[in-house]
Ligand binder design. Sequence first.
Ligand code: S3P
Length: 189
Amino acid sequence: MSGEPGAGTDLGRILLVGFMGSGKSSVGRALGRALGWRFVDFDKAIAAEEGRSVPEIFRTSGEAHFRRAEARVGQGLLGEDRVVLASGGGWAAAPGRLDAVPPGTATFWLRVSCEEAVRRVGAGARLRPLLAAPDAEERAARLLEEREPFYRLADWAVDTDRRSVEDVTAEVLGILRREYPAVTRTEAE
Ligand code: S3P
């Protein structure tokens, strides 16, 4: 955390990071609507670029290929303005990622417990190749532990356990209004 992330910089984009099931896509979509900004989900952009779904990419080309595509697509999207970005759960967990976001990027870690993440991902686990296994809970716990030090580098952390999308979105908007009053007043109201 830089201390005063918004000070002296215009807000160009919002980047949500966090584990699978933390609500990045739902909250990102709601934020985009509230601000009148475009919303882009990294996974959807990768699938569009590759012409196949994320599970298909993992299955046919492997995780390393997916990670390269994710890095490329993420870098391109971070160059855009007036956009809310939902990264995939693994994007921020590579060294240097959150340290290297361009100026004007407000980064939020949507925090979720391992139990809640597995519960939310639930029946949709086959869409998340990393949790599509009988020991999903153990895997999630291990991954979350490895990744937390990276997620922690976001400007702000917002808890999502037992909270609605509306509630989490309102907290993020509250922070943005406080830190970037000009943008959020004119765009959202
Ligand atoms: C992944 C998370 C997924 C997707 C891929 C890998 C991860 O995105 O990018 O299955 O490594 O945590 P969500 O966080 O949107 O589920």
